[in-house]
Structure formats: structure tokens, C-alpha cells
Design a protein around this ligand. Structure first.
Ligand SMILES: [Zn+2]
Length: 267
């Protein structure tokens, strides 16, 4: 079994989204400047002895050409060079999109579900509560300003079948879905038990950065349920302790630069 990290460029954003209260005004500095940072976006391809499983899909290629509303382009501008397109990254991992019959989405936010349209024949695993929450948000009003970080078109993509996940479960031998709600009403982390490289734990946006992980845990600036967010981080911590696994933080540029990226792989 092999695991490839697929680089999908980066977003720029205010650091307060990643770690809440990163910058706090004081009497002496009431207008403290925010930190404008870069955060990586990546997907994960698992080559499970020939069966290809894709975990998350990155941002839509036309995100900054009007596919995303202007408000989200301003909050989270996406930068992606040609070699960072999902198609190119899959090719680095010797994979064509049509070979992928299983897609797992950690959640349906814009930087995770943006390329789902490339896999109309796949079985798609999504966290039930996030799927239902996202669908309700994008349908209750035509104004994208009411849709949070969901893009309506991403939530209208046809698939062979959507599997709405409530329980932790294996999607293949040694590949487990772990429910980590809090950032969104439902969120699926993924753990892969490899040989040489041990267990890799991808909590995606349940744990953006080492600063969120702590201890002590620090909340991010995008939290649906703060108590569930704390519980989920402790669930990741105990899973890491039990398995000896490595936690793969989702949106930390410094950490991302320590990872092997396609065409390199973990095995
Ligand atoms: Zn994200």
C-alpha cells in the first residue's frame, strides 16, 4: 500500500482563522496588525494494492475565475500553478481520474470538495451531518454570503452513490474513517496503517496546525461546535498514542514542507 500527498497549491488568509485570537489588541496596541499567511491545500491518494482511494480533492480549478463568490476569493485567495492541478498531481502518482472509484471527503468545504466533479462514477463517502448541514445552507437562500465555506455547485455534483457516514469504519483493509466533528457538524479523519512508515493519521480540518493540537489545545477561528472540537482533538491524540502514528496537520505550511509529496510516497 502506498500513500501520496497531492499538492494543490495554497490559500492566503488571516491567521486568526487557523488559530483563534492569534493577534489580540491591547491598550498599548489597540490596532494590532493581523498576520496574513499562506496555508497549503492537499489531497491524499491511497494506492491500496491497486485499488485507488482519494481522500479530499482540493479547490476547483476555476475557484478564482468566478467559481467561488467574490467574498470567499477575498477571504481565502487560492494560488495553484499548472503542476499543482489535481489531474497533474494524480498523474505524478501514476493514476488517471477514472481509476478512482472511491472518494472520501473529510467535509464539504471549498478547499476539500472542489474537484469532486472529476469522479462522477465514484462511491463518495461523506460525513452525514456535514452533508446535511451543507445541503441545507446552500439551499435555504440563493445568496452565497449565507453559504459559509460551502460552494453550492460542489454540493450538486453527481456520483455513483453518496455514502453518509455516522460511525467509524474501514473503507479498505488498514484504511479507517474516524469521525472528528467540531470544525463542521461532521468531519471524517482518515488513518492508514502502512508497513515501513507506520500509521499516518489525517485529521484534516479537525487539527489545522501543531498550535491547535497543543497541548494545550487552541481553538481555530472556524468552529461549529467548540466542545466537540476539543473532544475530537483528544480522540486524535489517543489514536496517535495507541498506534504510534504520525498526525498529518492539514493547513500548516511549515509542517507541509516536511512531507513527502508526489511522486514520492509513504509505504
Ligand atoms: Zn480546509
Amino acid at each position: 500500500m502506498k500513500v501520496y500527498i497531492l499538492d494543490n497549491g495554497y490559500l492566503e488568509c488571516d491567521q486568526n482563522w487557523m488559530v483563534a485570537m492569534s493577534v489580540v489588541g491591547t491598550r498599548d496596541c489597540p490596532r494590532a496588525a493581523t498576520n496574513w499567511i499562506r496555508i497549503p491545500v492537499f489531497a491524499v491518494l491511497i494506492d491500496h494494492h491497486g485499488r485507488k482511494i482519494l481522500y479530499d480533492t482540493g479547490c476547483h480549478p476555476a475557484a478564482m475565475q468566478g467559481y467561488w463568490p467574490a467574498s470567499l476569493q477575498g477571504l481565502f485567495p487560492h494560488h495553484c500553478e499548472a503542476h499543482q492541478s489535481l489531474t497533474h498531481q494524480l498523474a505524478l502518482a501514476h493514476t488517471a481520474p477514472e481509476e478512482i472509484r472511491t472518494v472520501v471527503l473529510s467535509h464539504l468545504h471549498l478547499d476539500h470538495a472542489g474537484n469532486l466533479h472529476q469522479f462522477p462514477d465514484a462511491d463518495v463517502y461523506v460525513p452525514r451531518k456535514d452533508f446535511e448541514h451543507g445541503q441545507a445552507l446552500v439551499r435555504r437562500s440563493p445568496d452565497p454570503g449565507d453559504h459559509g465555506a460551502y460552494i453550492k455547485a460542489d454540493l450538486e455534483v453527481p456520483a455513483r452513490r453518496y455514502h453518509l457516514v455516522d460511525e467509524d469504519q474501514e473503507v479498505a483493509d488498514g484504511v479507517s474513517l474516524i469521525n472528528l466533528p467540531g470544525h463542521t457538524p461532521g468531519l471524517l479523519g482518515l488513518a492508514v496503517e502502512l508497513g515501513r512508515d507506520g500509521t499516518l493519521i489525517f485529521p484534516q480540518d479537525a487539527v489545522y496546525t501543531p498550535a491547535n493540537y497543543g497541548p494545550p489545545v487552541r481553538l481555530s477561528g472556524i468552529v461549529y461546535d467548540s466542545l466537540a472540537f476539543l473532544d475530537s482533538i483528544e480522540k486524535v491524540r489517543s489514536l496517535a498514542a495507541k498506534s504510534g502514528g504520525r498526525v498529518m496537520f492539514s493547513h500548516d505550511m511549515e509542517f507541509f514542507h516536511t512531507l513527502k509529496r508526489a511522486p514520492d510516497c509513504y509505504e
